[in-house]
Design a protein around this ligand. Sequence first.
Ligand code: ADP
Length: 365
Amino acid sequence: MAATLRQRLVRLTDQFHRRSLKLAGVYLAIIMTISIFFSAMVFQLSTQELSRGLRGPGPGGANGGNGGIGVIERGPESLLPQSLRDAIAQDRQSRYEEARSRVLNRLVVINLFILVGAGVLSYYFAARTLKPIEEANAALERFTADASHELRTPLAAMRSEIEVALMNPDLKLPEAKHILESNLEELEKLTALSEGLLKLARQDAGHFRRERVAIDDIIQAAVDKAAPLAQAKQIKLRLPQPSNLHVTGDSVSLAEVLFILLDNAIKYSPTGKSVKIEFSQKQKQAVIQVADQGIGIRASELPHIFERFYRADKSRASRSEGAAEGYGIGLALAKHIVELHGGTISVQSQSGVGSVFAVALPSTL
Ligand code: ADP
């Protein structure tokens, strides 16, 4: 398992480097095309200027004509003897060649520097551009792998039960009923899981209504849904006094958050305990708290409980009698919804004592 994880990590890192290199190559090609184009222009202009400067004014003209650099047609130098004029012309030609090759060398060196510098920068920016995309891809890959793993387990259980039953020629009605009941249980789990996954996939800011919602209404909606669960475990739900606090957001999603917290509080509490809902206002924030007297969460597990598919130690969870096995989606969904509303969700818990979950949302007047 650890080896596969490591292999996956190596493969992802490898892919990331390859993609970054490709993108850096494109960036570099663009930069070098521009740089070489400008260098060619600079070279062209500077050789023209050099040739004009060394030729001096005359009918050879600014653009060279046919005279060549050293040919002096007019001016005081035309009075000099031919041999001297040839020597001067030769000297000018060689100075021109020298200057030309110096310009060329410098341009080549500058371009080499640009190549190296731009190469490093291109890779840096390519990696920076690709990182969030790669992270989103990796998260999606992880999510798909986790989700299919979670779906496979109950499906495999159902399949093997049905196969064993079909192979038994003396299958009695009570046994068949028992198998059907067990399959129904697995189906209910699968339904809950697929609903959770769908909700998680659908939650994005675009789906939310932004309306003024009374905290009292959110609490009431969640409590109405959780009341039968609490009743089944003889757990008392203690509600706060009505308030006049409001938040901006989607009332259905916010009630869903509170229901997830209440459902967990009931699920992970022994029969007969109580669950208390409180709220307060702190610095323009409405804070709703759900406190239980349940099994609590170990300090080592606290940082992970908001991760998708994370479930704390099952043996502990099942110590609370009647605790339904979940899929570790509830808190991830709650966190996602709260964050899309600009809020935060946090937890304080002590193993064996209980947990307090707090949702802080920007309050509206
Ligand atoms: P699940 O469907 O497993 O309850 P959640 O995402 O809602 O998934 O919770 C993740 C884990 O956090 C649970 O498996 C449980 O171990 C722990 N947890 C959540 N709420 C509580 C609570 N009120 N008391 C104790 N443990 C809790």
